[in-house]
Design a binder for this molecule. Structure first.
Ligand code: NAP
Ligand code: GLV
Length: 312
C-alpha cells in the first residue's frame, strides 16, 4: 500500500481521464487534484508539467515528481526545485512512435515538395516537380536520444542518408554520428533537412539561428519539433525570405498558443502544427506512474531520471 498521496498538479488539464487511469491501477492510492494548503505534508508523489516556480518546494515529504512530458525544461527551470527529489520523465513507446510518424511525415513532405504540389492544385496547374531519390537526401537530426534515434531508424528504412548530432558519440547502424560543439558545423553542412529533437537547456536555447542556418546547404528545410526556445523565429523568417532555406515545419513556439498576430501563421514557406507532434498518452503515462510508485515501495529507484546537472 503506497505511503502518501499523489497530487495531479496541472490545473489547466482536464484531469479526470488521467486520474481515472491511475485509480484503476492503484485503487488504494490517495489521488488529489487540489493543492490543499493545510495538507501539503501528505503529498509524496506529484505529477507536473509547467509548475509554478516554488510550488514543488512546498511539499515537505515529496518522494518523486513525474513530468507529464519527455521534455522537462519547464520543471528544471524552477531554481527552487527540491534537489533531493528525483524527477522522472516520459519515455514511452506510444510517444516515440507518434514523434517518429511526425518526423517521417514532414521529412517526406519537404523532400517530395508537397507544399509546392498543393499550391499547384489550388491553381489547377498540372506540372511535374522532380524530387531526388531518398538516398540523395541528407537528413540531420539534432538531438540523437530516444526520439531522434527512433526517427532515424524509420527514415533509414526509407533509404534517407541520416546523421545524428548529440553530446556524446552514438553507434547506430548505417547512421553517421556527430558529437559535441566542434562537430556541429560539419553536421549542419551535410543536412538538407534538419530535424530538431534536442532538449531545451542553456546550451541548446536559440540553437536554430542565423548562424546555424547559414551553415546548412542552400535550399535546406528545417523541422522543429523540440521546443520553441530552440528557434529564433525572426532569424528563420529572414533565412526563408532570402531564399537560403526552402521551408520549415514548426510544432513548437516561443509563445504557445502561437498568437494570432505572429507572422509565422501566414508565411508561405512554413507549416504549423499546434505542439501536437507527440502527445503523452494518459494510460501509458499512468502505467509508468504506478510502476514507479510500486518500485519505490520496494526501495527501488525510479526509472527515466533527469540529470539536473545536464538539464535533461
Ligand atoms: P533524450 O533521449 O534525452 O535525447 C536528447 C538528445 O539530445 C541526446 O542525444 C543528447 O545527447 C542530445 N543533447 C542534449 N544536449 C546537447 C548538446 N548541448 N549538444 C549536443 N547534443 C545534445 O530526449 P528525447 O526523449 O529524445 O526528447 C527530446 C526532446 O523532444 C524533449 O526534450 C522535448 O523537448 C521534445 N519533445 C517534443 C514533443 C512535441 O510534441 N513537440 C514531444 C516529446 C518531446 P547525449 O545522448 O549524448 O546525452
Ligand atoms: C511534449 O512536448 C513533451 O515534452 O513530451
Amino acid at each position: 500500500m503506497p505511503q502518501g498521496a499523489l497530487l495531479f498538479q496541472p490545473t489547466d488539464y482536464p484531469h479526470q481521464i488521467w486520474t481515472d487511469h491511475l485509480r484503476r491501477l492503484m485503487p488504494d492510492l490517495d489521488i488529489r487534484t487540489e493543492d490543499d494548503e493545510t495538507r501539503k505534508g501528505d503529498i509524496a508523489y506529484c505529477v507536473a508539467w509547467k509548475p509554478k516556480p516554488g510550488s514543488l518546494r512546498s511539499f515537505a515529504n515529496l518522494k518523486v515528481v513525474f513530468s507529464m512530458g519527455a521534455g522537462v525544461d519547464a520543471i528544471v527551470a524552477d531554481a527552487t526545485f527540491p534537489a533531493h527529489v528525483p524527477l522522472s520523465r516520459v519515455v514511452d513507446d506510444t510517444l516515440t512512435q507518434a514523434m517518429t510518424e511526425y518526423v517521417v511525415l514532414h521529412v517526406l513532405a519537404w523532400h517530395r515538395r508537397q507544399r509546392d504540389l498543393d499550391n499547384l492544385q489550388k491553381l489547377k496547374k498540372w506540372r511535374l516537380i522532380a524530387a531526388p531519390r531518398a538516398e540523395q537526401v541528407r537528413v540531420g537530426i539534432l538531438g540523437f536520444g530516444v526520439l531522434g534515434q527512433a526517427a532515424a531508424l524509420a527514415l533509414k528504412a526509407l533509404n534517407y542518408n541520416i546523421a545524428g548530432w548529440s553530446a556524446s558519440p552514438k553507434q547506430v547502424a548505417g547512421v553517421e554520428s556527430f558529437a559535441g560543439a566542434d562537430a556541429l558545423q560539419p553536421f549542419l553542412s551535410r543536412s538538407d533537412i534538419l530535424v530538431c529533437l534536442l532538449p531545451l537547456t542553456p546550451a541548446t536555447r536559440g540553437i536554430l539561428n542565423t548562424h546555424t542556418f547559414a551553415q546548412l546547404p542552400n535550399g535546406a528545410c528545417v523541422i522543429n519539433c523540440a521546443r520553441g526556445g530552440h528557434l529564433i523565429e525572426s532569424d528563420l523568417i529572414a533565412a526563408l525570405d532570402s531564399g537560403h532555406l526552402r521551408g520549415a515545419t514548426l510544432d513548437v513556439f516561443q509563445v504557445e498558443p502561437l498568437p494570432e498576430t505572429s507572422p509565422l501563421w501566414s508565411h508561405p514557406k512554413i507549416t504549423i502544427t499546434p505542439h501536437a507532434a507527440a502527445i503523452t498518452d494518459p494510460a501509458a503515462f499512468m502505467r509508468h506512474v504506478a510502476n514507479t510508485i510500486r518500485r519505490m515501495d520496494q526501495n527501488l529507484r525510479p526509472e527515466n531520471l533527469v540529470d539536473f546537472a545536464r538539464g535533461y
